[in-house]
Design a protein around this ligand. Structure first.
Ligand SMILES: C[S@@+](CC[C@H](N)C(=O)[O-])C[C@H]1O[C@@H](n2cnc3c(N)ncnc32)[C@H](O)[C@@H]1O
Length: 251
């Protein structure tokens, strides 16, 4: 995702850092993420990889509040848009006209200041500015109910580095490990080449495809579908949206 550099992006993220997962030391993969400590409960856990500006996770987390969600985005200037959108959606204030974050009680957290948002107000989403594979490596086996990848970068054409695709074997191996035996991998894209590649490679990497459509908006799932930023854009261009769901096999 191309994005103009956000003014004071990292300070803005700092103000709402209570909505981020704790940062773990880079050099010790044995230090694991503990979702129950982060959320204060053991509700089913869903991870979105490459959440972009957060439309999808903000809506899904409000529509299905019985789950916890972790939204991963590796570009901090994109992640800050998602975190602020989520905070606004929960009534946690808004950006002040002259900069800083204005909490609902009128307190202004100037750029660089941290608001220790009370735990009971944080809701069921946490964000992480992180590479998906590095983050997932910190989760325990069988810890997730679902992994969702929407409109991940296609890396199209021959000669591109397919290992960067969020459905390349290294990513699928990680998803399979962290998903519960009955967990779900859900994938949407506009891109035919990436869709065909993903549908072919999933069964070769320990997944069974349970649902597949090449025209989501004309399918029986259309009514329940939550449209993402990229999806809106592609749909306006008349491009059919492809979607599949898969579960791990042999776990
Ligand atoms: C094409 S955008 C789609 C955003 C959003 N999911 C949507 O549907 O509108 C893909 C996003 O995934 C992020 N991304 C790509 N590879 C990633 C990785 N390995 N880990 C975390 N985020 C990643 C990109 O930075 C980008 O914001």
């Amino acid at each position: 995702m191309r994005m103009r550099k956000k003014r004071h992006g990292s300070e803005r993220l700092l103000a709402l850092s209570a909505l981020l997962c704790p940062v773990l030391p880079d050099d010790d993969e044995k230090v694991k993420i503990e979702p129950e400590k982060i959320f204060g409960n053991d509700h089913p856990l869903v991870v979105e990889v490459g959440c972009g500006k957060g439309d999808f996770i903000v809506r899904l987390s409000a529509e299905k509040p019985a789950c916890n969600y972790i939204a991963l985005e590796r570009i901090s200037d994109v992640a800050v848009v998602a975190v602020e959108k989520y905070a606004r959606s929960r009534g946690l204030g808004a950006m002040a006209p002259n900069g800083g974050w204005l909490a609902p009680d009128g307190t202004l957290y100037k750029n660089g200041a941290v608001w220790a948002i009370p735990e009971e107000l944080r809701g069921n989403v946490r964000f992480a500015v992180a590479d998906a594979n590095g983050f997932l490596a910190r989760l325990g086996d069988d810890s997730l109910d679902a992994v969702i990848a929407n409109f991940s970068d296609p890396w199209p054409g021959k000669g591109t580095d397919r290992r960067k695709r969020l459905t390349s074997p290294a990513f699928l191996e990680n998803y399979r490990r962290v998903l519960k035996p009955d967990g779900l991998f859900s994938f949407k894209t506009d891109n035919d080449e990436l869709f065909d590649y993903t549908a072919e490679i999933l069964p070769e990497n320990g997944f069974a495809i349970r649902y597949l459509t090449r025209d989501l908006h004309a399918s029986d799932r259309a009514a329940d579908n939550i449209v993402t930023e990229y999806e809106r854009n592609f749909t306006e261009q008349g491009i059919p949206i492809k979607m599949l769901e898969a579960t791990p096999v042999g776990k």
